[in-house]
Design a protein around this ligand. Structure first.
Ligand code: MN
Length: 239
């Protein structure tokens, strides 16, 4: 059957070496670095045994930005950066739970991204016990680098992620400091959702989140692997 309306195509991310990765869903993990949990006023687990369940939220697939051009979003005066490892799934999970020991087989590759956050709206929602969607799931809220195939990345735990804004380092942490590592997160997500090829997972941010202003230039890095360069542009809409 023919489509009855004109509609934007599925968002796609370039892959190093060629080709495009079609995006299905964007899952995000909250509070996955202890120091960031503390800076947000949340308790941080003292050990893996105390960590409970991870916090998840979603962004729409078309929140992806692949050219680094981010318009300052409407409805906020406190846009925050959160630099995060991005995991891209290349296969559908089998029915049932994803075994952490077999989770790597689902992974197509990795990138670096920003979980941009309207912190004022998120804080207001948290204070009232309301959902975070307006704070997190807005247009252009997920700038992401090209993706690098997992076979070209090797061991991730020894890597660091970082964010510079106007040349100054704002965030930096080792991936070995994740409270829930990638296999842990894919296992936990599989208790709640059927994971599919095309899904992205934003793995959570380390300490040092802060405000971005129009004109700010950012460089997000997964050290030695991939970089994302971009800039905050003037708003598209009057606010
Ligand atoms: Mn985040």
């Amino acid at each position: 059957m023919t489509d009855v309306i004109a509609c934007a195509p599925q968002p796609r991310i370039p892959v190093r070496g060629g080709g495009m990765f079609p995006v299905r869903r964007i899952y995000c993990v909250g509070r996955n670095f202890a120091e960031h949990a503390r800076e947000m006023g949340a308790p941080a687990p003292a050990s893996k045994a105390d960590r409970g369940q991870p916090v998840f939220f979603l962004k729409p697939a078309d929140a992806i930005v692949i050219d680094g051009v981010v318009p300052y979003p409407p409805g906020t005066t406190d846009l925050h950066h959160e630099v995060e490892l991005v995991v891209a799934l290349g296969k559908d999970a089998a029915p049932g739970l994803v075994d952490p020991d077999g989770a790597d087989a689902l992974i197509f590759g990795y990138g670096i991204g920003l979980d941009l956050t309207r912190r004022d709206l998120q804080a207001a929602a948290k204070a009232k016990g309301l959902p975070w969607d307006t704070g997190k799931a807005f247009d252009h809220s997920a700038p992401v680098s090209e993706l690098v195939r997992a076979s070209d990345v090797g061991d991730l735990a020894s890597r660091a992620l970082s964010l510079k804004v106007n040349g100054e380092t704002r965030q930096r942490a080792a991936l070995s400091d994740l409270i829930w590592d990638v296999p842990d997160i894919l296992h936990a997500l599989s208790k709640l959702y059927a994971l599919r090829a095309g899904d992205l997972v934003f793995m959570g941010t380390p300490a040092g989140v802060g405000a971005l202003q129009v004109g700010d230039a950012f460089v997000a890095s997964l050290d030695g692997i991939v970089e994302l360069r971009g800039e905050i542009h003037a708003a598209h809409h009057a606010v």
